[in-house]
Ligand binder design. Structure first.
Ligand code: ADP
Ligand code: ZN
Length: 525
């Protein structure tokens, strides 16, 4: 406990060392801790792994009374409480996972003034009974973790969070701190407005994670691409994110069949099994966790060497947060995204199902930004940091685009072949069929349709399937072809295609990239 003669700064440092066992503060931590300990409101925007927890945990120990920590996920609370208890801090959680007895015990300790920190879910905190109880308890501070959940603009909006705005009035004079790792300018303004923290001290720290190397590969036989990546990095710890539980199970199963130390993690698995997977991963008994986004909030494993997105994430915030779980130890780490057209279609469909029109518009906007990132030929880090309102003066030198700028080639002839093939099949077929005809595949379907008698049948046999798919995709992105989303993604020519078909225009395209480049060039970290 603090000595009365300490300045807050020295007391904070002593707790950092004696209770948490760290030698020094990370950037920003000390100032934030001093402000909060002095009773000021604070807003913290700091990337995952930046060390946000200490920013309220140490003030909780410096100030008299119990600190309330609002957190959206039970598993997150449990992890934090367990870690605090292991350091000898009196912490507990209060949420729907407790049975009657355990809940009563926590409340008794709270009333006895024995708790330094109480982690609580927003719905518990805001319930009338609980707010009433808190009236005669000394509250040290209120921390609102994952504060982006208050904003519709955030990627993880939770209606209960939006009601936390009332806490300021309910606990006048109690300092509050809101923390998040992901917030674009709009979300950030929203957080401050909803929580009434416009006057708070704001700390927006750098978002760059220079040790993470970002790359994107065009998705083509994703499992093989995944295996190739893993084979080049034997026994390294990594997370593979996939969108659906089904895919998670399938990919994890196939990896395990090949003898890799991999397990699945998603919300459909029994709690005990999830806990086990998390535990095994933390203790290096597992190398790979294949997971939905349910995995990772609060995962604190420093030596995750890579994060792979097997499917396109739905927004950059989520993507950045997930990739941020790699390389927390500061050593070189990698983030690989497999980007496929079908994923965009699936994601758009999901967004279309969103009931609320405003929400739908926001989600679509965010999805489009994600797609632009994946398809861009510009330094990936520049795009990411720019998205979070931080601009980079120069290219980063540690992303796929910087390390290996896309090679361009004169694709006039191939584009003409592809466009005329789309025309010859009557603008009634999708990418795969057009590519099969170009390559002269001999199958029943093609013969039945008479497409083996077209002038474009087999004229592109010198290129591989993936090369053709890449060319056709680029023609779509550049507006020479459209894909009829409402009608089996059938390819159709646009006006722009005419001059190209008539030979009045040349076209350069980027060479397809479906395989990792040689690993000779290591990231500078
Ligand atoms: P965030 O909540 O910002 O994602 P955490 O609070 O979980 O980050 O901290 C990330 C990791 O950094 C944890 O392992 C934590 O123990 C460690 N850490 C935090 N502050 C320090 C520090 N001052 N010195 C060393 N390690 C720290
Ligand atoms: Zn770059």
């Amino acid at each position: 406990q603090p000595h009365s003669s300490d300045t807050p700064g020295t007391a904070a440092r002593r707790i950092l060392r004696s209770t948490f066992g760290y030698a020094d503060f990370r950037p920003y931590q000390q100032t934030i801790i001093e402000q909060l300990a002095a009773g000021e409101d604070v807003f913290v925007l700091m990337p995952t792994g930046g060390g946000k927890s200490l920013c309220y945990q140490i003030p909780a120990l410096l100030r008299p009374g119990t600190a309330l920590v609002v957190s959206p996920l039970i598993s997150l609370m449990q992890d934090q409480v367990a870690a605090l208890q292991a350091n000898g801090v009196a912490a507990a959680c209060y949420n729907s996972s407790l049975d009657g007895d355990a809940a009563r015990q926590v409340l008794a300790r709270l009333h006895a003034g024995e708790l330094d920190l109480l982690y609580v879910s927003p719905e518990r905190l805001l319930s009338d009974g609980f707010l009433g109880r808190l009236q005669d308890i000394s509250i040290a501070l209120i921390a609102i973790d994952e504060a982006h959940c208050v904003s519709q603009w955030g990627h993880d909006f939770r209606p209960e969070y939006a009601r936390l705005g009332g806490l300021g009035e309910h606990f006048p004079g109690v300092p509050r701190i809101a923390l998040t790792a992901t917030a674009d300018a709009q979300t950030r303004t929203d957080i401050l407005r909803v929580l009434g923290l416009e006057a708070a001290q704001q700390h927006v720290t750098g978002f760059d994670r220079p040790n993470i190397r970002y790359s994107v590969l065009e998705k083509h036989k994703p499992f093989d691409q995944l295996l190739a990546f893993l084979e080049a990095r034997p026994e390294q710890a990594g997370i593979v994110y996939a969108l659906s539980r089904k895919r998670v199970d399938e990919v994890a199963g196939r990896l395990a069949e090949r003898g890799l130390r991999a397990a699945a993690y998603h919300a459909g698995l029994p709690a005990g099994q999830r806990r086990q997977v998390q535990e095994d991963f933390l203790r290096d008994r597992l190398d790979l966790v294949v997971a939905t986004v349910a995995f990772g909030m609060g995962i604190d494993k420093p030596n995750v060497r890579f994060v792979i997105h097997y499917d396109l994430p739905r927004n950059i915030e989520g993507y950045y947060q997930e990739t941020g779980r790699a390389g927390r130890d500061g050593l070189p780490a990698e983030a690989l995204l497999l980007h496929g057209q079908q994923d965009i279609v699936t994601a758009r469909r999901l967004v279309d199902n969103t009931e609320d029109a405003d929400q739908r518009r926001i989600e679509l906007h965010k999805l489009n930004a994600m797609v632009d990132f994946a398809e861009s030929r510009v330094c990936r880090r520049r795009i990411l940091l720019n998205y979070f309102g931080q601009s980079l003066e120069q290219d980063c030198g540690n992303c796929d685009i910087c390390l290996d700028p896309p090679e361009r080639f004169d694709a006039t002839v191939q584009a003409q072949m592809a466009l005329s093939c789309v025309y010859r099949v009557g603008q009634r077929f999708g990418v795969k069929h057009v590519v099969d005809v170009l390559r002269g595949l001999d199958n029943e379907r093609i013969r039945r349709l008479g497409h083996d008698r077209l002038s474009t049948y087999g004229i592109g046999s010198e290129l591989s399937e993936q090369e053709w798919v890449s060319i056709v995709r680029q023609l779509i992105h550049l507006g020479y072809l459209t894909q009829d989303v409402a009608n089996y993604s059938v390819l159709k020519l646009t006006e722009r295609a005419r001059p190209l078909l008539r030979g009045e225009q040349d076209l350069e395209l980027a060479r397809p990239r479906v395989r990792e480049r040689s690993r000779g060039k290591r990231p500078r970290a």
